[in-house]
Design a protein around this ligand. Sequence first.
Ligand SMILES: O=C(O)CCC(=O)C(=O)O
Ligand SMILES: [Fe+2]
Length: 471
Amino acid sequence: MAGGGGGRKPATSSSPSSRRQKPRASREFGPERSLESQKEGLCSSSPSVSSTESTLQMVIPGLLKSLDSPVQPPKSLDSPLQTVKQVQPRKSLDSLVQMVGSMQLSKSTESKSASSGSGAAGSDLGAAPFDICMGNSKGTVILKHGLLEINREKRRAKELSDIAPVQHLRPGMVLLKNFLKPDDQVKIIKHCRDLGVGPGGFYQPGYREGAKLSLRMMCLGKNWDPDSGSYGDIRRFDAAQPPKIPEELTKYVKDAIAASHEFLKQRGKGATNPDAELPVMSPDICIVNFYTTSGKLGFHQDNNEQRSSLARGLPVVSFSLGDTAEFLYGDVRDDDKASKIKLESGDVLIFGGQSRHIFHGVSSIAPKSAPLWVTDKANLRPGRLNLTFRQYNYKGSVNVTPAPFDTCVCDNNTAPLQHLRPGMVLLKKFLKANDQACLTFIHFALFSFSLVLISSVGMKSYFYSCLCFFM
Ligand SMILES: O=C(O)CCC(=O)C(=O)O
Ligand SMILES: [Fe+2]
């Protein structure tokens, strides 16, 4: 997530308001959710009572509890919450959701225009934790599936059996299709759900100025702050410590890297060293994103990890679960020129080595594209869960085996060989002082000789003799 540089541009939206430029943060995000989609997030994506409760508590803690208690005479009519309580003591949950929804919308609109400067950028202070699952952690929501859904599932299974299980997208970038087995996916979702409702769990990140990202985020290991584009040990707005990455998840990451290495070895018939293309890494940071079906993430680079880690090309390992995402990636900061792939539930995308600094983003989430068992067994809400694992620091020596392309992001640009992009190499200070003197002398000698020639034979003859010489 940690992405770099200025001049970022949102991935997709064309509306002027959504083309908001954010000068500081490194990861570029999609436009703020429209009011419509926020409303949708409040109402339609809260299918169960418990999630409705969460939404309500997010705005008015304790309001639900008070519904069943007798109406108290108002202490004062100043507070809008008290007004709601007094006038509508026994409204149905639906209408309350709408009411509270519109209150929250105006609240968030206000906060957008107000620059707090309080350092609470993107905080959901006072909000109930965001639950990525429907129902509660124990109960299962059994949904009946229509024929259309069942047929879609069968088609998907058939397509998957025809797709290559490993795709080498470019040097240092490998896609492991359907790598995470259904049971593993359920486990991962459950881990994220449990951590996500606890301290340091999911929140909707944003910037000090008020713009919000079109996703919910939770960091494990270290906290990534979109406003400053940097990592820290605690989350600024609530001082929460990011939970640790569960061991089980680390194991999946290692398995995925090992599978890519196996593939690269076989592909190179054992001749290549897969670690040179895709270095092994041991994740100590994980950024977990949950996208609703209107979520997106703008084009960005992940480069807020330590320089040693970036220079070594330690990969980002990304797990996709739930609905399918359209993922864009490319060499330049221009999503119109980007390549597109679909990331489906169970896919693992790895980009390191030469591809560590690709620009990438999520342009859309396909609604109802998650496998049925994801909702049946894991109760994942409509949307997509994404986990990106990284290693913050690299302790080994980077100079011994520099990862290709590593130098194009170094600020000091002093590495002797800089692979700026495919087909473009910069050899820093390649010519030694003697070579430079020698070249200068040759240039001078040729120049003087040309002058003498021109003055003796004339410009026209000189031009023709040069032409003959070179032909
Ligand atoms: O959701 C994804 O696939 C990408 C997430 C990402 O790029 C990030 O968290 O930095
Ligand atoms: Fe990223």
